[in-house]
Write a protein that binds this ligand. Sequence first.
Ligand code: LMR
Length: 441
Amino acid sequence: MAMAELSTPKTTSPFLHSSTRFRLSSKLHLSNQFRHLLLPPLPTTPNSKISCSVSQNSQAPVAVQENGLVKKKECYGVFCLTYDLKAEEETRSWKKLINIAVSGAAGMISNHLLFKLASGEVFGPDQPIALKLLGSERSIQALEGVAMELEDSLFPLLREVDIGTDPYEVFQDVEWAILIGAKPRGPGMERAGLLDINGKIFADQGKALNKVASPNVKVLVVGNPCNTNALICLKNAPNIPAKNFHALTRLDENRAKCQLALKAGVFYDKVSNMTIWGNHSTTQVPDFLNARINGLPVKEVITDHKWLEEGFTESVQKRGGLLIQKWGRSSAASTAVSIVDAIKSLVTPTPEGDWFSTGVYTDGNPYGIEEGLVFSMPCRSKGDGDYELVKDVEIDDYLRNRIAKSEAELLAEKRCVAHLTGEGVAFCDLGPVDTMLPGEV
Ligand code: LMR
């Protein structure tokens, strides 16, 4: 339940030492440094088995059990304050609070993303939000650190932060779920092994969303291999429309726009209609046939067609790998930016004549892509969180052949995870170069 809707202090939690909690009826904009002067502490609960891990003088109230683990979702620090949005003059024009879950919340991508979400950059300056942060038990300390930084940022729109390790707790009533947490492929790990390990995470999270999330929750899967993880997630969430699940290919779209802009010598806002077809892997197909620069077909502006077919395509497919070579780790900031772009594309109307790319469920697609996959395609939105496929994009032989390769790869991945999608016994015949993530090259 959204804390903002409560009008009385929440006193039932056994997880927080009462001395770390304060009561605040209104004026959330009150500067933090004065709060302690005005607000009396709640009464203590001496029998509680849970104690605060920091002294009362410390800045950060941290909910832990005596064994050091946070077991359940729990509100964090200043966000445990109880308030009534409707009572505040300046917030009356705000929209109803929305709940947003982020998994892998202690990771690098989230560290960029959460502050963008909290600032209002994604959902707008009149949209209060509650962040529900899911981490692993190993990452719980870091998750508390994230929550502390969110507290210290004094974002007016951020009304509640919960942290936890159980998706059934954390996903309660969420309207958006951004699933970032996944195990990276380690040395010597077979692709089939990676699909299995991550697949189980996404099967569990799909089940949890199915049970406790808002029935129209929108789910964006970022953790790799994101297309197949999204498929597993949606198959385990039969009560949620399959159409609500997305795999993030917006990063690839952004990378493709950047490369075309560089080649054409224009700024990247001049590039539009950029489709990424297929898998977020090295078989993805950045579509230069239908993309436009300054409203003109790319092939008219960039006449080096050999570069388009080879140099451009490969540079987008392998951009993530090149970045890992430079950084020593996967892209994080640009991934977070592309998550913001992907969500904004769903909550704001698509500009006339343009579209965006996102990995969506293929049932009923007009391009002959096998049904039952999560495949990146061109989409448009009215800004209501939903989307429709763009149905009349031209596909030539070059595109058709490349798209077929990405489709075959996703079908092979799907066979590997049949045991997780309820489609029988898994049979994994992935070749050594199949399902290469952009970062694996
Ligand atoms: C990216 O595209 O940057 C990542 O998906 C790369 C990776 O494999 O982690």
